[in-house]
Design a protein around this ligand. Sequence first.
Ligand code: NAD
Ligand code: MG
Length: 395
Amino acid sequence: MKTIRQLTILGSTGSIGESTLDVVARHPSRFQVFALTANKSVEKMLAQCQLFQPRYAVLLDANSAEKLSVAIRNNGLDVEVLSGVESLEKVASLAEVDTVMAAIVGAAGIRPTFAAARAGKQVLLANKETLVMAGRIFMDEVKEHHATLLPIDSEHNAIHQSLPDRFSGNLTKDGIRRILLTASGGPFRRSSITELENVTPAQACAHPNWDMGRKISVDSATMMNKGLEVIEAHWLFNAAPEKIQVVIHPQSVVHSMVEYIDGSVLAQLGNPDMCTPIAHAMGYPERIESGVPSLDMFKVAQLDFEAPDLARFPCLRLAYQALADGGNMPAILNAANEIAVESFLEGRMSFTAIPSMIEQTMQTVTQSNVTTLDDVLEADKLAREVALEWLVGQV
Ligand code: NAD
Ligand code: MG
């Protein structure tokens, strides 16, 4: 009998966090929840604590943590409630923890995700923003502290599954010609530029295939999500930008592909349900049940592929540019994008202003090198200020 793996879930109340708990609930003899964390959702966190009885529950927001603490006591639960970013770092790195699911959304996830890597944990990475902002620094920390990194993003998980078992970290050495990164194209795949000007947050968040948090849903609609994923793939698989080809595939059944020099193309297919990559990474190298139904090929019937349109989706171009520029630029792209998405969701600017804000911010902030996490956080902070100034200047 194996020892039970102790799991910390960063962002347990979100879309990935809930799917992770679905998988955990199917395998009570494999996983025990050690800590759950969220921003400020008291009710959801209380319900999760009742079901999974973790040692710790952390809410970033101190007032919410106070409310949770009272509710935990009133319900007679034995869960220690903490707050603040240091507590997020603590539950990601305590000695008892084996595995950390990094599923906080945005730059807010970077410090606890780094803490998990520095503590040498098995890190299941959904928080792609960490790799976008600080790819080289993060990969170095993973290596130095002998952490294990497994991708949760469906495309990167598919690529991981399609690579050789003992991937050397060098595509050419392993006979790999390129990576084909699939993208659904989002809800506006067929919309004209004029139509894009008037889309609403509700339309942008209604993804045709995937049920996700609001930020990544807007990222999918602008295709910035694919841009962030190009940068993510670059760091995870040591792939030069020209070796990563984005392929629009509206059915989201082929989750990505690896092409070898003999012409073979290996792909991972499945229903678009994040429980598959989550279960793959959680069970790795074993296969475990995810609860995802069989892929019905007769229902799928047809698989389509097309080239991305960079004129209607400039965010993808900006991400390639940030990757080529290097240094602080990917962190600036990411921060400006977070401000842009938030401003769009709050109704303060149009959908088509998203790439304008990002491009302006990238042009305004001076390019520089980043060598530490603090450098990255500094770039993030500055870019947010510049992006907000741009917005004020628009009114
Ligand atoms: P979500 O918005 O549904 O959930 C985010 C979680 O993070 C919540 O638990 C929230 O409480 C927590 N959180 C938010 N702000 C925080 C802060 N400042 N400090 C601490 N915790 C905070 O997001 P999601 O869709 O689950 O996405 C999570 C991550 O996974 C993102 O990086 C996203 O890009 C990535 N991802 C998601 C999907 C998906 O299908 N949802 C697929 C691939 C990758
Ligand atoms: Mg993805």
